[in-house]
Design a protein around this ligand. Structure first.
Ligand SMILES: O=C(O)C1=C[C@@H](OP(=O)(O)O)[C@@H](O)[C@H](O)C1
Ligand SMILES: C=C(OP(=O)(O)O)C(=O)O
Length: 407
């Protein structure tokens, strides 16, 4: 489905209810499968979380998780400890290009039985669930934090818990801390000191517990961008959010101050207020918040602000090579972008080409990051349904605040 966004403006005051965090949901869904006494509220309605739920409840020996990276990695660990169960875990064409070797190797060293079905180091994989007997392993920490979270999520079920030694620079650290915080909420103790993480087996009694998932901060990023590109005085209220979030992408609150957006927390929501304009260049290291890189690059382009974004080494192995995708599409719009393997430089530009058709590369964040440009000029988004990976109601929500969208 291709959609056209006419040049639009947003209401002076509006509000949006965003669904639960995909990252928190996919961790908690796995923990609920291990500890059924847990109940969840505000679970994400994303495709990736629905796929996770189905994978955890199906009896099938073939599990296809499509584009869902966290589901692929977390389920690899989960099925490794399902004694007596044999599962082939597969995904989309792109998922078969997203590396999984670091995680598979670590699980194998702990005693897991995993083999590659097609290409060495990549999905699909065949897992024969068994009891893991070892409890210490080292793994590379600079490729994806999802491998580390996957191991941590099953750790409390291992007889002696787990001690992980992280090698090299640790990427996407807030996601690892999110995993440990959620373990803590269900009564699992852990420590993270230097490059060593330890998790103890869970031995306290089975008490029922309800956990409420905070709404998704990566989804909120598109409204920070909309607020930044809108007139001074625009206010957008998002729920349900809290000031002390487990999600690293809540760093948006600080980053968007640069664009004159002030975030004010109320009881259960946050109001984004465009209070001033600023055209200063932006320099940012995003190794702790890779999923908001596209949003920020497009905000800068819309406002004609040059930026240097670093710490982007994980972007090449996400839903698409996001560095190449950003360069291609911003340049179609008239911008100038230089990329390396781990950084992006956007030059200042003054014009934005009209009615450019944005290719989305099966990447939800390409579609959502470019949408706010409709506040500047009409734009076409190809394969717009791709947003359902994390935010199925995105286009309806944009319409509700004033965007003019036609199919
Ligand atoms: O653990 C998680 O929920 C995630 C970790 C990050 O991945 P990397 O650690 O691979 O950067 C992030 O990009 C992804 O969207 C979600
Ligand atoms: C990278 C992402 O997801 P995943 O790795 O879980 O596919 C994302 O949502 O931006």
């Amino acid at each position: 489905m291709q959609i056209t966004l006419q040049k639009s403006s947003v209401a002076k005051q509006s509000s949006i209810q965003i669904t639960g965090s995909k990252s928190e949901s996919n961790r908690l869904l796995l923990l609920k499968a291990l500890y059924p006494e847990i109940s969840l509220e505000n679970v994400s309605n994303s495709d990736d979380s629905n796929l996770m739920t189905n994978a955890l409840t199906t009896g099938s020996d073939l599990v296809d998780i499509h584009h869902a990276g966290t589901a692929m990695r977390f389920l690899t660990a989960y099925f490794s400890v399902q004694e007596g169960r044999e599962v082939t875990l597969t995904g989309s064409k792109r998922m078969k290009e997203r590396p999984i070797e670091v995680l598979v190797k670590a699980l194998q060293e702990l005693g897991a039985d995993i083999s590659y079905v097609e290409n060495e180091g990549f999905p699909p994989i065949k897992i024969k669930g068994k009891k893991l007997t070892k409890h210490k392993v080292s793994l590379k920490a600079n490729v994806s934090s999802q491998y580390i979270s996957a191991l941590l999520l099953i750790a409390s079920k291992l007889e002696n818990g787990l001690e992980l030694t992280l090698e090299g620079e640790i990427t996407s650290v807030p996601y690892i801390k999110m995993t440990l915080s959620l373990l803590d909420e269900i009564g699992v103790s852990s420590s993270f000191e230097g490059n060593i993480i330890t998790v103890k087996p869970k031995n306290n009694s089975e008490q029922s517990k309800t956990l409420t998932v905070e709404s998704d901060w990566s989804s909120a990023s598109y409204y920070f961008s909309i607020a930044a590109i809108s007139e001074v005085g625009t206010e957008i209220t998002l729920s349900s959010y809290k000031e002390n979030s487990l999600q690293g992408d809540s760093v948006l609150v600080d980053i968007y101050k640069h664009f004159g957006v002030r975030a004010v927390f109320n009881d259960n929501s946050v109001t984004l207020k465009k209070v001033s304009s600023n055209l200063e260049p932006l320099n940012l290291d995003l190794k702790n918040a890779p999923d908001i890189a596209q949003t920020i690059a497009v905000t800068c382009f819309a406002l004609g602000i040059p930026c240097d974004l670093t710490g982007l080494h994980t972007l090449k192995i996400k839903e698409t090579d996001r560095l190449v995708a950003l360069k291609n599409e911003i340049e179609k719009l008239g911008g100038s972008v230089d990329i390396t393997e781990k950084s992006l430089h956007l030059s200042a530009s003054t014009t934005i080409n009209e009615l450019v058709s944005i290719e989305t590369y099966h990447d939800h964040r390409m579609a959502m990051a470019f949408a706010p440009l409709a506040l500047k000029t009409a734009i076409i988004i190809e394969d717009a349904g791709v947003v359902s990976k994390s935010y199925p109601t995105f286009w309806d929500d944009l319409k509700s605040i004033g965007f003019k969208i036609t199919e």
